[in-house]
Design a protein around this ligand. Structure first.
Ligand code: ADP
Length: 175
């Protein structure tokens, strides 16, 4: 009986030894930022997380164009000047956030894109070889009885990599 269990243990050991070590490709972590307190809380969590894994952070803000359905005779009208202003402000504010919240603790880069937020976030993750997205459950709308905000939910559904979701309500995870 004792002999049999020793043989089983040896066989299990051989099996384990053959198995290749799984390593997570976590060189870049994406943190989408809409400047809501929830997204800033997710960033506070992402900083020590990135540090622990030796990863860098990619902060992304997406300017969602406002389309005004003017008239059926000449179609929709956009606001290009407003979008440009938001892009410039977005870059500036992300820079401030990097300086204030990250302060050189990990490498971080700011990017601004224009389009539908969830689509741009997932597209960015795909293009930039992102290993993990860290996102808050809610943003500016912040309806707490809804499990996820509309962007967070779609990001999770279409993401090309794992997504770590930070609950917006309740305790702080980083002290
Ligand atoms: P809500 O419906 O409560 O506003 P969202 O799903 O829009 O919630 O937001 C959840 C998270 O998605 C935000 O905390 C932020 O990280 C990300 N997000 C939402 N909109 C944008 C955006 N325009 N640019 C970058 N990230 C965004």
């Amino acid at each position: 009986m004792a002999k049999k269990s020793q043989t089983t243990r040896r066989a299990a050991k051989r099996k384990t030894a053959k198995r290749p070590t799984v390593r997570f490709d976590l060189t870049k972590i994406l943190v989408p930022i809409d400047f809501s307190e929830h997204s800033k809380k997710a960033l506070e969590y992402a900083v020590p997380f990135a540090r622990q894994f030796g990863a860098s952070l990619e902060l992304l803000y997406v300017v969602e164009p406002t389309i005004y359905p003017a008239d059926f005779s000449f179609g929709q009208v956009g606001f290009p000047n407003v979008e440009e202003e938001l892009r410039t402000r977005g870059h500036h504010e992300l820079g401030q956030l990097i300086a204030k919240t990250i302060g050189g603790r990990v490498n971080a880069r700011a990017s601004v894109r224009t389009g539908k937020a969830f689509f741009e976030i997932d597209q960015f993750a795909q293009e930039q070889g992102i290993g993990l997205i860290i996102i808050a459950t809610h943003g500016h709308t912040g309806i707490e009885h809804v499990l996820f905000g509309s962007t967070a939910e779609k990001v999770i559904r279409h993401a090309p990599c794992p997504v770590l979701v930070i609950p917006s309500v309740g305790k702080k995870f980083v002290r």
